[in-house]
Design a protein around this ligand. Structure first.
Ligand SMILES: CC[C@H](O)CC(=O)C(=O)O
Ligand SMILES: [Mn+2]
Length: 342
């Protein structure tokens, strides 16, 4: 049974994770309008950055339409109640980027590493703390590590000073009982807050989020209209309503949240966030959700089935930062199949 006395703090990630889905084309006007509405709805945290975090605007990850610092500055100037969060993957984001985000008003830093590579994060976590930011360790592709390994890595992030450690289901590959096992283990071994970030590739983002909350996660990510990579994230406005029905407090105004999703986010979507055969394969094969559009582009270029690329990426355990491998894998498949490139 859920402990209904707990307070859940939600981070709305459409303005960062959703950036993948719209090829990083956010405008200042869109960001300001969405932040204003979320601020009025009393959403505690709003993440703003390139989809791949600070510094992600490159040919490898996709160029942003608008400089992310312009978006962060505009978001921070608009938010009166909500805190602006940024994501940084050490190496893609630099320490100077974190300093700049803090100077523009970002109040939370989420330092993201592959689930077995927490040891690349101490300098960033320590810097974020020095900058006075609330600090989150974000363990991506959590399905790829056994629970004992995940606990070891989370404990490292805790030892570096993270206030919260997240289980991140980047591929939307986890099943509810696996989420329960992972969150329980973190709850039993950590003293800091525990968070969960889901993707809906197997239609399990909501079930996984509820499983996480049930056993102790108190920091939860969602994106309005599921605007996120792959099939998107746990749908925030739905989550707020479901938690209210469970008697769990988020402090968020449900009507205002619904209005923000309907009036401001729906028009931004290039197409509704559905579970298509490709996003289903992401969850099935355990592939990074942000690889979706890259794999679809490569499939077109090499005249092959995008599912074959995704399955092969899963087999080869290709992870974030190895986006260049997507084209290599596609070329290899085309060669093996003797496909004529148009
Ligand atoms: C490439 C960063 C990634 O999108 C972070 C994230 O949201 C995830 O791993 O799910
Ligand atoms: Mn994500």
């Amino acid at each position: 049974m859920c402990d209904t006395n707990k307070n859940i703090l939600i981070t709305e990630v459409a303005l960062r994770d959703g950036s993948h889905a719209i090829r990083h084309q956010f405008t200042v006007e869109q960001v300001v309008n969405v932040v204003k509405a979320l601020d009025e709805a009393k959403v505690p945290y709003i993440e703003v950055a390139h989809g791949d975090g600070l510094g992600g605007s490159t040919l490898q990850y996709g160029l942003s339409l608008t400089d992310e610092f312009e978006l962060i500055e505009a978001a921070a100037a608009t938010a009166k109640n909500s805190k602006i969060a940024v994501l940084s993957l050490p190496g893609i984001g630099l320490e100077k980027d974190l300093k700049q985000a803090a100077s523009l008003g970002a109040k939370m830093a989420r330092i993201a590493t592959h689930v077995t590579e927490a040891d690349v994060s101490p300098a960033y976590i320590e810097l974020a703390k020095e900058l006075g930011m609330e600090t989150v360790g974000f363990l991506m592709m959590s399905h790829m590590a056994p629970t004992a390994k995940l606990v070891e890595q989370a404990k490292l992030m805790e030892s570096y000073g993270a206030d919260t450690v997240y289980v991140v289901d980047s591929a939307g590959a986890l099943l509810p009982h696996e989420v329960t096992e992972k969150i329980c283990a973190l709850r039993d071994h950590l003293s800091v807050n525990i968070g969960f970030h889901g993707h809906n590739n197997l239609s399990l983002a909501m079930a996984n989020t509820l499983a996480a909350i049930e056993v102790g996660a108190t920091r939860i990510d969602g994106s309005m209209r599921c605007l996120g990579a792959g099939a998107g994230n746990t749908q925030t406005e739905v989550l707020v309503a479901v938690l209210d029905k469970l008697g769990i407090h988020t402090g968020i105004d449900i009507y205002k949240m619904m209005d923000a999703a309907e009036n401001l986010v729906a028009p931004i979507l290039e197409k509704p966030q559905e579970i298509t055969r490709d996003s289903l394969v992401l969850g099935f094969a355990g592939v990074y959700s942000s690889f979706l559009l890259h794999a679809q582009r490569a499939a077109k270029r090499f005249n092959i089935d995008s599912r074959d690329i995704l399955i092969e990426l899963g087999k080869q355990h290709i992870v974030g930062g190895q986006e260049d491998m997507i084209v290599d894998v596609a070329a290899e498949i085309a060669k093996k199949k003797n496909v004529t490139i148009g």
